[in-house]
Structures are given as structure tokens and as C-alpha cells.
Design a protein around this ligand. Structure first.
Ligand code: KG4
Ligand code: ZN
Length: 422
């Protein structure tokens, strides 16, 4: 069957068309129009602005997807759309577009939970083809996005159980807020991740060696690891963001003091500073400005690195700990923050280590290709297709040709669970 999906929960207008048969899904088209540059000017997503852009983009994006797939809209058998959670003005645009299509073409319409989409994105190969097998369950997923940080245990397809979640900021939100503190722009995740990589390279840090060291959580770290020692699987990132803020305020006070007395900044605090640069500075005080800039840059790189280490450390530690209580066949990573290379490799290595233990035999790790980590409509098509199968298998779908009437955008939609045979 041909499935067309729409995703407009935040700042991406996305349409995808997939061909689904049994448990095989092949992507024919995936078009994403990002509004990131527009919202960057405001330092974050402005809901009404997002809605206006979705309105402008939805038809061109739909048109491109149909052309790319080489099909006609009347050939579509099923429409799926993100019904929530997300920004209500943005969701409304997608939901109403999908309702109109379903009504006009007299085809069923399935509303999808955004996170259910992200969870399934981990099953994609590089060409956005999917095949999900019952043997891959139970599944333990770390979902990290701009709005969510959750550990979700899915014992069978698709009985989702949230076993832990953030008590305040989501991981992606923390990346965005720290980037704001560091004046790096929006969205923060990609730029912080890039600066952290730069720091690793400049300082020849061996990350494998760093990870091989015993993880003594009582040893004081550069930034705190919130809730890492607390029982349970909840997270908290707002205190970490505050720690970064205080650290940066401390740095700026120190550099102002240095300016007044024309003394050297205490370079021993700045990892990676070169001897040569210190000597140059000593001989030419007129280079104050260049020096300040350089110090600022070094501090920023270090802060980005240390902040990322703290977030990734907590996420990986808690996921592996959850695995002990919730034995799984597959551990997966999903959501916008799953684009983070440090998180990808650290979690993958940690799961591999568990797979070597007698208790972890056959344990697999899955994550989406980088191009499916952010918001997209492919994941909504896949999740919507499985939900459709559920309705069909349970005769709940009197093929609701008119089911567009009972679908509405819901900013706080709860993750729906259902069982299907795949
Ligand atoms: O899933 P997503 O695209 O949208 C939501 O559903 O929220 O996630 C967006 C979030 C943003 O907070 C962004 O900063 C973060 O994902 N992000 C990253 C990276 N790329 C995007 N965070 C860390 N490292 C990255 N490379
Ligand atoms: Zn998302």
C-alpha cells in the first residue's frame, strides 16, 4: 500500500511517501523544508511564525514529494499525520492538511504520536528502508529531542512504557540553552557538538581512553552529572545549564579582572593553551584584544566539550542501568539529539560491552541514519502504517473513510500503546 505522511509539529514542514507491504517499508520520497534559519534570528522557535511558514510550504513540499515518488495523489491508500505533541499552531496546519486530503480522496487517516515516529526511525537503513521483526523486542529506547528526554521500554510491538523522563529541560533544550549562554546561535546541538569535536582534536583527547577509565561518580567532574546516582531512570538538565552559566560568568569576571591589571589570565586553568602564545603575549601587551579573543574561544570550546560530556555521560549511564532492570534484545537511540556523534558512539560502545556479557547475548544496537535523526515525515509514515495495521488486525478500522472527523491536533498527546503481529 502507498502511505503519505505529514509532519509539522515544530519547525520542519515534511512530507513522505512510502510503500508498505507486510513488515517491509520502502521510502519513495522524503521532503523536509526546514525553517531553522528563520527561527535562528529569534533564538528559538516562534510558534506562530512556524505556522505561517508551514502554510506557505505545505503545498510545495507535498507537490515535490509526489513528483519525487513518481505517483499520483489518488493512488495513496492511507494518510498519516503527526497529531501531537508539539506546537499547537504548527500541528494544526499539518493535521488540517491531512484531514483535507483524506476527506477529498476518501481514504483512511491515522494520527501519529511524534515520539512513536522517532522511536521507529532507528529501524531505518541508509536508504530509509525499514524491516521490523518481532525478535527485535523487547526494545529499550533512549529518546532525546528538543522537547523530550525519555527512556521507553517496548516489550512487544508496540506496547510503549515510559520508564524514565526528564523532570525539567529536555536534553536538546539544554543544548539550545547552553548555546545561548555561549552566544553560539540556534539550534545549539549541532554547533556545540562541532565545537566539542574541535576541542577533542586540538587537545588530542583519546575518547576511548577517557571512557575506559573507571566511571567513579564520586570523583568531582568539570560539570555535575545531574541525578546520575539517583535510583530510577529520570533525568534533569536544568541544573547543569545553570552550572554552565555560573562557569561562564566566572570566566568573564576573571577576564575583566585581567584586563584591568593587565596581568596574564591564569592559563593553567585553560587546557590546551600553547606555550608559544603565552610568550608572545608577555612580550606584546598591545595584543591584549587578540589574547582575550583567543582565551574566550578556548573557554568556549572547553565549555562545549565538558557540557556535552556531562549530558552524554548521564544519558548513557542511565540507559545501561535501565537495561539491567529491563532486559532488552535491542537498545536504540532516537530524536534530534541522536545526531550527536559523541552520544552515538558512546552509547553504541556501551551496548556492545553489555552484549559481550553472558546476560547480553544477542543484544543489538540501533540508531537512525543522521539524515533521519531530526524531524521528518518518513518516521510518521512508518509509525502510522503500523498503527493502521493494528486497527485492521483488531477490526477497529471499519475502514474509517470518514475518520478525519475524529482527529485533532493535540499539543500534549500521550504516547499510545497497542499490540500487533508483525
Ligand atoms: O527531534 P528534533 O528535531 O525536534 C524535536 O522534536 O524537538 O530535535 C531537535 C533538537 C534541538 O534541541 C537540537 O539542538 C538538537 O535536537 N540537536 C542536537 C544535535 N543536532 C540536533 N543536539 C546535540 N547534538 C547534535 N548534533
Ligand atoms: Zn522530534
Amino acid at each position: 500500500m502507498l502511505v503519505l505522511s505529514i509532519e509539522t509539529s515544530c519547525d520542519e514542514t515534511a512530507v513522505a511517501i512510502v510503500q508498505a507491504e507486510g513488515n517491509k517499508i520502502k521510502t519513495l520520497a522524503s521532503v523536509v523544508s526546514s525553517q531553522v534559519k528563520l527561527h535562528a534570528e529569534w533564538g528559538g522557535v516562534v510558534p506562530n511564525l512556524a505556522a505561517r511558514e508551514h502554510l506557505k510550504n505545505i503545498i510545495p513540499v507535498l507537490d515535490r514529494a509526489v513528483k519525487e515518488a513518481g505517483i499520483k495523489l489518488l493512488e495513496i491508500d492511507l494518510f498519516t499525520v503527526t497529531e501531537g505533541p508539539g506546537l499547537i499552531p504548527a500541528l494544526l496546519l499539518g493535521v488540517n492538511s491531512a484531514k483535507t486530503l483524506a476527506y477529498f480522496f476518501n481514504k483512511p487517516l491515522v494520527g501519529v504520536h511524534h515520539i512513536a515516529g522517532h522511536i521507529l526511525s532507528a529501524f531505518s537503513d541508509d536508504k530509509f528502508n525499514f524491516q521490523i521483526f518481532p525478535e527485535q523486542f523487547p526494545l529499550l529506547t533512549l529518546t532525546v529531542s528538543g522537547g523530550h528526554t525519555q527512556l521507553i521500554y517496548t516489550d512487544k510491538p508496540f506496547n510503549y512504557k515510559i520508564i524514565g523522563e526528564t523532570q525539567d529541560d529536555a536534553a536538546g533544550e539544554a543544548f539550545d540553552k547552553v548555546a545561548k549562554i555561549l552566544e553560539l546561535g540556534y539550534p545549539g546541538g549541532p554547533i556545540i557538538s562541532k565545537l566539542a569535536d574541535e576541542y577533542v582534536q586540538k587537545n588530542n583527547i583519546d575518547l576511548d581512553e577517557l571512557d575506559a577509565q573507571p566511571n567513579d561518580t564520586s570523583v568531582k567532574k568539570f560539570f555535575p552529572r545531574p541525578m546520575i546516582n539517583k535510583p530510577g531512570f529520570d533525568f534533569s538538565f536544568s541544573g547543569l545549564k545553570t552550572a554552565v552559566l555560573y562557569h561562564c560568568q566566572g570566566n568573564s569576571i576573571a577576564s575583566k579582572k585581567d584586563k584591568r591589571s593587565s596581568e596574564r589570565v591564569n592559563l593553567s586553568e585553560v587546557r590546551g593553551e600553547s606555550e608559544a602564545f603565552c610568550k608572545t603575549y608577555k612580550s606584546t601587551s598591545s595584543k591584549n584584544e587578540a589574547f582575550d579573543k583567543e582565551i574566550h574561544q578556548i573557554n568556549t570550546l572547553q565549555t562545549a566539550f565538558e557540557f556535552q560530556e556531562a549530558v552524554v555521560d548521564v544519558l548513557v549511564t542511565k540507559t545501561i542501568r535501565a537495561l539491567k532492570k529491563y532486559p532488552a534484545k535491542t537498545v536504540s537511540l532516537a530524536g534530534g539529539v541522536s545526531a550527536n556523534t559523541r552520544l552515538r558512539s558512546k552509547l553504541q560502545n556501551a551496548v556492545k560491552k553489555q552484549a559481550c556479557l553472558p546476560t547480553g547475548q544477542g543484544l543489538e544496537f540501533k540508531m537512525p541514519p543522521i539524515s533521519l535523526t531530526g524531524d521528518n515525515a518518513v518516521m510518521i509514515a512508518v509509525a502510522g502504517y503500523y498503527e493502521y495495521l493494528y486497527y485492521k488486525q483488531n477490526n477497529k478500522l471499519k475502514i474509517p473513510r470518514n475518520n478525519w472527523t475524529n482527529l485533532d491536533a493535540n499539543a500534549n498527546l500521550k504516547l499510545k500503546s497497542f499490540f500487533i503481529k508483525i
